[in-house]
Design a protein around this ligand. Structure first.
Ligand SMILES: Cc1ncc(COP(=O)(O)O)c(C=O)c1O
Length: 399
């Protein structure tokens, strides 16, 4: 069961670390929802691995220093983020484009407020990460959906519908999920070029959420949105964070890059309106350490996740042939179609938790287009993933 090669690594992704009672929403929310105590949680996009030792070391030093006053992100921070983008994607962002944020969802909300007014249309592509829906609704904007097309096990964009809606609804902001959560698409350069050009043509700001961009699997390549076409610097907002890549969501640190000074000014003003000035010293130091020294850990993690994904895909082929796993191109979140099991969606989600003992993300939380689907987070030690899959197979066999 040990993941081949893991023994030679200085990092141990096989270690099972108990997270119960730590306030972790992945583990402790189950109790509030009345879930069985031993349910295996594979829902929220949060990994079960200890952070890179390079990050823990910096945090220990920060704690030992013992003074936690107001701390700025500064130029070193900007260079660390920019350096990561340059090394990973061959794309140089300008440090002066950076505006700090305590999270990508915070940044999404801020961008919506900065570039649209109440009642204006915001375009998303369902099924998609649920805060894309709620950020639009909560700010009194109008949700417009360019539903992704699911055909022969793969999702694509309906460009005709995309342009029709941009024009008809006078869309002010398009929230692009790149790579896409939950359908696991890594958009090609051509697809990004088409979406970006249409937005540019029709005066719509593109907010590109690239939080999953470091997890891209063989055969795909992530294209940084502003690097697809220099013209996109006119109307693009790039959102990124180390919170998925290094599992630092609890440290609340993210970065927004906005090349266009006028758009940057609007966004910065909206951030100021929230009352946010500095971020946490732990988040800033951890982010810098991650981007400056975490690459070896991350490469090892990627190899581990690739094996988990391969294991899961093989397991589905061998034991769960009625559930179709959408071929993962990016992220550690797998999207599965269980509609051939012919069980009503709501009943299926409930039975998975209470009968099978596995807790996956509910496809419907990503929109109606997610009916009949569930999302499986495989960023856990292989032993945990394998135990969950065995439970799922035993449950399906009994149906
Ligand atoms: C597409 C996407 N954006 C943003 C987030 C969350 O970002 P943050 O925790 O920085 O708000 C997630 C988390 O799963 C995500 O999948």
């Amino acid at each position: 069961m040990k993941n081949a090669g893991a023994g030679k690594s200085p990092y141990n992704f096989d270690e099972i670390v108990s997270r119960l009672g730590t306030g972790s929403i992945k583990y402790d929310r189950g109790k509030l929802l009345g879930h069985p105590e031993d349910v295996i949680p594979m829902w929220v996009a949060d990994m079960d691995f200890r952070a890179a030792p390079e990050i823990t070391k910096v945090l220990e030093e920060t704690v030992r220093h013992g003074i936690f006053g107001y701390t700025d992100t500064g130029l070193d921070y900007a260079e660390a983020v920019v350096g990561w983008y340059e090394r990973r994607f061959g794309c140089r962002l300008d440090p002066s484009w950076l505006v700090k944020a305590p999270g990508v969802v915070f940044a999404l909300n801020t961008a919506i407020k900065a570039y649209s007014s109440e009642g204006d249309a915001v375009l998303i592509q369902t099924p998609v990460y649920h805060p894309f829906h709620s950020s639009v609704a909560i700010n009194g904007r109008r949700l417009v959906d360019n539903t992704l097309v699911y055909r022969r096990g793969r999702y694509t964009v309906d460009f005709k519908d995309f342009e029709r809606k941009l024009v008809r609804e006078k869309v002010k902001v398009f929230i692009l999920c790149s790579p896409h959560n939950p359908v696991s698409r890594v958009w090609t350069e051509e697809e990004l070029q088409k979406m970006g050009s249409l937005c540019l043509k029709h005066g719509c700001v593109v907010v590109a959420d690239e939080i999953h961009s470091d997890f891209v699997w063989e055969g795909s390549r992530h294209m940084v949105f502003t690097a697809v076409d220099e013209a996109f610097q006119e109307n693009a907002v790039l959102l990124t964070a180390p919170s998925k890549t290094f599992n630092l969501a609890g440290l609340h640190i993210a970065s927004t890059f906005i090349p266009n000074p006028a758009l940057r000014k609007k966004y910065a003003l909206e951030t100021e309106r929230t009352g946010l000035s500095q971020l946490s010293v732990t988040g800033i130091n951890a982010c810098r350490a991650a981007y400056e020294r975490g690459e070896a850990w991350f490469e090892e993690l990627k190899r581990y996740l690739e094996k988990n994904i391969a294991y899961t895909s093989d397991f589905f082929r061998a034991n769960l042939e009625k559930i179709e796993l959408v071929k993962p191109e990016g992220s550690y979140l797998l999207w599965a179609d269980f509609s051939r099991l012919k069980i009503a969606h709501e009943e299926m989600m409930k039975r998975l938790v209470f009968e099978a003992g596995v807790w996956f993300s509910d496809g419907l939380s990503f929109g109606e287009a997610g009916r009949g689907f569930l999302r499986i987070n495989v960023a856990s030690p292989l032993k945990t993933v394998s135990a969950a899959l065995e439970r799922l197979a035993a449950f399906v066999k009994k149906l």
